[in-house]
Each structure stands twice: as structure tokens, then as C-alpha cells.
Design a protein around this ligand. Structure first.
Ligand code: AMP
Length: 413
């Protein structure tokens, strides 16, 4: 479907073409017409889905039509969790507003810069204000902003704003803007806290959900056979050979991610773990460090399999196989993003052969098995003979079984 079918007019469509956007993404197809219908929206969208343009484009068009004469007035308020996203969204507004008969004045306010300058920029004339929520409150407390003309409130990546005091901060913000307005909420996940926030800010919102699109064709998938105890040394070898910049390694349980990250750090490799035990703030910090390449290898559980959008992940490694074929696709989809190519490597030992065959069958793929010199798979698959006494080194010891049971329980928790 072309952009023009969604109700976007020529001047916006032409800036889209200039930016190389050929057709709308699924979230854009759904959200853009709803914004034109003045609906409140609760969209479940991941970073990388094109969600920002899905609100920026129609809002720009609506703003342009209804701009009126005279001095700029803040009509659009977009709150985001991070400085990077704030600057990116503000940039998009500027870029796509370029061909409008009158260009909008876009101001971004983020922490780490002088409040005075930011207030001055707002007072000089601002149509569209994009801000991190924390800094917005600081500026708000100066009581020198006129927010009485706001018509659109957007919360982008709302689930990342869930720091301790956000609900109260939001109350303060809602008190200072008009009640009559259009509200657009974007979040990758919808935990109860976000649902509470949604019920506070939106009225009869339309819920929009799109499945994440993963382009498997650009991912080079490999399978390396290796004994389980050799996976760590093999991983180090691969890092040495390939000199990847960013690598995401999936593991079955939380504790293992912590342990191996600590071990790799001892080897002088910048590593961190990423799992469900991390506090939200630490999660954001870890991801930012990874994006900025301060961390080269992230050892993660499946929590990182969906929605994580970090461009330039060179390789995804399945240190442990995922449980389902769907998880396999989501995991490998963390690489080869934004039109780039990437690699996905699965380690399999004797025990995983059958499981991986099932993943292949369900995903409609057939991959060649490789072995790396010095790390060849040795031994036979443990035989499953009922009632036979365990053979040392082949079968699983009681301790192993207990360990596995524990790992499974942790992975399921
Ligand atoms: P977002 O999910 O909004 O963070 O967008 C992810 C990236 O996709 C951004 O770099 C956008 O420039 C890009 N993008 C968004 N919409 C489109 C589109 N329709 N065609 C091509 N690229 C897009």
C-alpha cells in the first residue's frame, strides 16, 4: 500500500521519498489512518517497527492544516524515556516537516543541557516539543511554558519510562495540559503499570498490535557441532577469528548469563549479562552500553529475544538452543536489522540434535552442520536405555540431572 493511500498528502509523501521510505511498515498502515480519525491509540510496537513515523507523519499533516496564524504555540508534546530517542524523534519531525508550507518549530529538551537555554528556545517559539519526561518536569516547574494549546500528547516507548516515580510525574504533567486532546501511547510491552497509565491518559483507545517483521533472508544461519563443555572456548575462538563488534549470546538460564559474562570479563572481553533479574534502570543502562559498544558481548536469556532493536549486532549465538521454533526466529531476528546483513550461529551437541532438527523442520530450513578445528564434537549421544546403569562420562549423573532440573525451573521462572 502506498503512503498516499493512508491519507498523507504530497508534501509529506515527497519527503518520505527523499528519505528512501518506499512503503509504510505494518504499524504505519494501522496507526496513520487512526490518527487522522482523531482516535486515541494504544499501540504495541517495538523499536525498529517504524512506530515513530506512524505518529510523526499524521501529526505533522494535522498540525500543518490547523496551524493558524501568529506566534508558534506548543500543540504537540512527545515524551520519551531517553535523550537519544528524544533527539531522534525531534529530528524526524524536522526532516518530514521540511516540505510543509510552513515549517514547524521543533524543540527538544533533554537532561545534561542548560535549562535556561531550553526554556529560551521554547519561549522563542515552539510548535512541537519533544522531551524526556524527567527534564520536562524540571522545565515545567519553572512555570514559564504555555501548555494550554496542546492538542496531541504522545508517550513513546512508555514501558521504558517506568522508573520509580513516573506515575506521579505523569499526574503532574496531566494537570498542566488541556484535558481535551488526542493521546497516542506506544509501548513494546503492556505490563499492568502501563495499562494503568493508559487508562489515565487515553479515552476509549483503539488498540493496535503488529507482529514484528523479521527478514530471515539476510541472516546467514550456521550450526556448529561442539561438545557442551567446549562452547565457552569455542565462543572465544570465534570472537578471535571474526572480530565481530557486537555479539548477542542467548543462554537458557539467568544465572548462567551472569556467570559466563563474569568469566569472559576475566578474559578481558567486555561482556555483560541481560536477564529478567535486572532492574529496569540497569537494563536500560546495559543496553545503552551495548549500543555504544562499551560492551561487546551481551549474554542474555530469551527476554532479549523479542523487540530488542539494536542495529549493527553482527552475530547472534544460540549458546543454548531456544525452546521453540518461534523463539529461534525471534532470537536470530536481533541481527540483520535495518536492511543490514548478519550472522546467527547455533551450538549443538549430541543432546540437541533432535531438537534442532525440529526447529529446522518447523522453520522450513535445512542447515549444514559445521565443526571447528580443535573443537570437534566427540563422543556419542547418550543412549536412552531404560533401566540401564548410567555409564560415567556418557549418561547424566544424578548431579547433572539435578542441575538440569534447576536450570529448567529457572528458565521457566
Ligand atoms: P522506529 O521504529 O520508529 O525507531 O524506526 C526504525 C527505523 O526505521 C528508523 O531508522 C526509520 O528511519 C526507519 N523507517 C521507519 N519507517 C520506515 C519506512 N516506511 N520505510 C523505511 N524505513 C523506515
Amino acid at each position: 500500500m502506498p503512503f498516499s493511500k493512508l491519507g498523507l498528502e504530497k508534501n509529506i509523501v515527497s519527503s518520505l521519498q527523499k528519505q528512501g521510505y518506499k512503503k509504510p511498515t505494518p504499524i504505519q498502515e494501522k496507526v496513520i489512518p487512526l490518527v487522522f480519525q482523531n482516535k486515541d491509540i494504544m499501540a504495541m510496537a517495538q523499536t525498529g517497527s517504524g512506530k515513530s513515523a506512524s505518529f510523526i507523519l499524521p501529526i505533522l499533516q494535522l498540525w500543518s492544516k490547523n496551524k493558524g496564524q501568529g506566534k508558534a504555540k506548543i500543540k504537540v508534546l512527545v515524551l520519551t524515556p531517553t535523550r537519544e530517542l528524544t533527539l531522534q524523534v525531534a529530528d524526524f519531525f524536522t526532516t518530514f516537516g521540511e516540505n510543509l508550507p510552513s515549517k514547524p518549530k521543533v524543540v527538544s529538551i533533554i537532561g545534561g543541557e542548560g535549562i535556561g537555554d531550553q526554556l529560551y528556545a521554547i519561549q522563542q517559539g515552539c510548535d512541537i516539543l519533544v522531551a524526556t519526561s524527567g527534564r520536562f518536569l524540571d522545565v515545567l516547574s519553572k512555570k514559564q511554558m504555555n501548555l494550554s494549546h496542546i492538542e496531541y500528547l504522545v508517550l513513546d516507548e512508555a514501558d521504558k519510562m517506568l522508573n520509580l516515580g513516573f506515575a506521579e510525574e505523569l499526574d503532574l504533567i496531566l494537570e498542566s495540559i488541556p484535558k481535551e486532546r488526542q493521546n497516542l501511547l506506544f509501548s513494546a510491552t503492556y505490563p499492568q503499570k502501563i495499562l494503568d497509565i493508559a487508562s489515565k491518559i487515553t479515552s476509549n483507545p483503539i488498540e493496535v498490535k503488529v507482529e514484528e517483521e523479521i527478514v530471515v533472508e539476510t541472516i546467514k544461519q550456521r550450526v556448529i557441532e561442539v561438545n557442551r563443555e567446549n562452547r565457552g572456548p569455542l565462543l572465544r575462538k570465534l570472537l578471535e577469528i571474526h572480530k565481530w563488534d557486537l555479539v548477542l549470546v542467548f543462554m537458557a538460564n539467568k544465572r548462567a548469563t551472569d556467570n559466563i559474562a563474569a568469566k569472559f570479563r576475566k578474559y578481558g572481553i567486555e561482556s555483560a549479562s541481560f536477564n529478567g533479574d535486572l532492574e529496569q534502570e540497569l537494563r536500560i543502562e546495559t543496553l545503552n552500553a551495548f549500543k555504544q559498544r562499551k560492551i561487546k558481548i551481551l549474554f542474555a536469556t530469551d527476554i532479549a529475544a523479542r523487540g530488542l532493536d539494536i542495529n549493527d549486532i553482527d552475530c547472534v549465538i544460540n549458546y543454548d538452543l531456544p525452546r521453540s521454533p518461534a523463539d529461534y526466529i525471534h532470537r536470530i531476528g536481533r541481527t540483520a536489522r535495518a536492511g543490514k546483513s548478519g550472522e546467527a550461529i547455533s551450538f549443538i551437541s549430541h543432546e540437541e540434535q533432535e531438537h534442532f532438527k525440529l526447529i529446522e523442520k518447523r522453520s522450513n530450513i535445512k542447515l549444514q552442520r559445521e565443526q571447528i578445528e580443535g573443537f570437534e564434537l566427540i563422543g556419542d549421544a547418550p543412549k536412552k536405555v531404560k533401566g540401564s546403569a548410567p555409564v560415567k562420562g556418557k549418561g547424566k549423573s544424578k548431579k547433572d540431572k539435578l542441575r538440569e532440573k534447576k536450570a529448567l525451573a529457572e528458565a521457566n521462572s
